[in-house]
Design a protein around this ligand. Structure first.
Ligand SMILES: [Zn+2]
Length: 286
């Protein structure tokens, strides 16, 4: 918001730096937080749209924002942080949302999926308002390189919506995944207890045979496994497994025999933007 020059734009930008204040104060993903369930539909703010006045605190918050601000908007961007590769996502049914996802332009992995109606980037669409999700790694941290990339992406959206003049500044490579028809995620397991040494960042483009990392033994730090990509795709995560829980509960490079240490997703379409930048692929290299 500090970078916006009001003389250069037309229209209005509404930003909510922080919505779930009780959750932030209690250092929780969700609030009220009365169960050991991360993905509870009852209290996850991203799954409580459009909210209601007689619901819980989370639904009261979303109801207010939805009715007072989102319904008056022409487009919505829901910014998140994640413990796997960066991606942008839109409901596959909306051409306008799919275009915004591609025009954001700073993340290689672009997903088109069937999104649940109660999500922050689907509920507006049911009122004809295009909306997208942006997921950046790492989870729960302020990362200035990531924020810098996000500012460029927002600027691209302003240009795409004709709120600002100028040229969009996209990255060279974008990979589209049709999530409704995607192939199963390829998983690689550790052959022995050890330490995972990563050589590729999350979200990077992998060719068949690329070395993702190595597993070294716990006593002499000798290489005991080369972690090799079995196919072309995008590196979704590296250990420890399971990726959707690793950062919530524990983040360590120690791995156990049989544990999933790398996940690779296939893509359907590779878009090359001729004048695009190289992706800043060291945004998060754990
Ligand atoms: Zn999210």
């Amino acid at each position: 918001m500090e970078d916006i020059n009001l003389d250069e734009i037309s229209g209005t930008i509404i930003a909510f730096p922080l919505v779930n204040v009780p959750a932030a104060r209690t250092k929780q993903h969700s609030f009220p937080y009365d169960k050991w369930v991360w993905w509870s539909q009852l209290n996850n703010l991203n799954r409580a749209w459009p909210g209601k006045t007689d619901g819980n605190i989370t639904e009261a918050i979303t109801h207010r924002i939805f009715n007072d601000y989102i319904l008056k908007s022409d487009a919505v961007i829901s910014f998140h942080s994640t413990n796997t590769a960066h991606y942008s996502e839109a409901d596959i049914s909306s051409k306008e949302s799919r275009k915004l996802c591609l025009d954001f332009g700073r993340i290689p992995q672009v997903r088109f999926a069937e999104i649940n109606d109660s999500l922050s980037f689907k509920a507006p669409l049911l009122h004809g308002i295009p909306a997208i999700l942006v997921e950046w790694a790492p989870l729960r941290e302020i990362n200035h390189r990531v924020i810098g990339e996000g500012v460029i992406g927002l600027n691209n959206i302003l240009i795409s919506m004709k709120m600002k003049k100028g040229e969009m500044n996209k990255i060279k490579d974008q990979f589209i995944i049709d999530w409704t028809k995607r192939k199963p995620i390829e998983q690689i397991a550790s052959v022995e207890d050890g330490v995972m040494v990563r050589e590729k960042p999350w979200g990077c483009h992998l060719k068949k045979g690329d070395i993702i990392g190595r597993v070294c033994d716990l006593y002499k730090y000798r290489e005991i496994q080369k972690v090799v990509s079995p196919r072309e795709g995008i590196l979704w995560s590296t250990g420890p497994a399971p990726s959707n829980q690793s950062t919530f509960f524990m983040h360590t490079d120690a791995v156990c025999k049989g544990e999933c240490i790398a996940e690779i997703i296939s893509f359907d379409e590779h878009i090359i933007n001729k004048n695009g930048d190289n992706w800043e692929n060291k945004l998060y290299f754990p």
